[in-house]
Design a protein around this ligand. Structure first.
Ligand code: FES
Ligand code: FES
Length: 182
C-alpha cells in the first residue's frame, strides 16, 4: 500500500473568493497556499515578485483591505472576502499611474525585482498621506529592500508622484480613485 497521499484535485478544494484590482476572483486551492503563489500561479498576476520569501524584503507587497501586506506571509485563506490591489491594478487602461511615471522618469527602478513592492508601499502611503515629507516617505518604504538603486532615486520618485498628484485639479482622479474605478 502506498504511503503517499493522493493529490487532491484542485476543484475539490473549497472555494476562496476575494477581489483583486476591482474584479471578483474565486480560486480552489489549498487554504494555506501563499497569497503570493495564488496571485502568480493561479491568477497569472506575475507583477508581484518574490524576493526573500520570508517577509523581510517587501518585494511581494500588495495592498489588502487598505493595509500593506507581504503576500509571501499570507495564507490565501486569510484573503477570503478581502479587497486586494496588486501592481497590475495601478495603471488605468493605457495610462501609467503617477507613481509608475515618476519611477520611470527619476530612475526609481533598475533590475525591477523590488519595484512592484515599492510601488505598492508608496501607493499605500499616498492614499493616506497625500503630502508626505521625506521622513514619512522613508518610513513608509522602510520594509522594502532594494539592492540596486541606493534608495535615493526611489524616494525622489515618490516625492515627485506626490507633487504631481497634488498639482492636479481637485476634480481629476486621485490615486485611490484610480484603483477603485477599475
Ligand atoms: S518575498 Fe515576501 S517579503 Fe520578501
Ligand atoms: S531595482 Fe533592483 S532591487 Fe531594487
Amino acid at each position: 500500500m502506498s504511503t503517499k497521499r493522493d493529490a487532491i484535485p484542485s476543484s475539490r478544494w473549497p472555494a476562496i473568493q476575494f477581489t483583486v484590482n476591482g474584479e471578483s476572483r474565486t480560486v480552489h486551492v489549498p487554504p494555506m497556499k501563499r497569497l503570493l503563489d495564488v496571485l502568480r500561479e493561479d491568477l497569472h498576476l506575475t507583477g508581484t515578485k518574490e524576493g526573500c520569501g520570508e517577509g523581510e524584503c517587501g518585494s511581494c507587497a500588495v495592498r489588502m483591505n487598505d493595509e500593506l501586506v507581504n503576500s509571501c506571509l499570507v495564507p490565501v485563506l486569510q484573503a477570503e472576502g478581502a479587497d486586494i490591489q496588486t501592481v497590475e491594478g495601478l495603471a488605468l487602461d493605457a495610462e501609467l499611474h503617477p507613481l509608475q511615471q515618476a519611477f520611470l522618469h527619476h530612475g526609481g527602478a533598475q533590475c525591477g525585482i523590488c519595484t512592484p513592492g515599492m510601488l505598492m508601499a508608496a501607493a499605500q502611503l499616498l492614499a493616506h498621506t497625500p503630502h508626505p515629507n521625506t521622513t514619512e516617505i522613508r518610513e513608509a518604504l522602510a520594509g522594502n529592500l532594494c539592492r540596486c538603486t541606493g534608495f535615493m532615486h526611489i524616494f525622489e520618485s515618490v516625492q515627485a508622484a506626490a507633487d504631481a498628484q497634488n498639482a492636479q485639479p481637485a476634480e481629476e482622479h486621485t490615486m485611490e480613485q484610480t484603483h477603485h474605478a477599475r
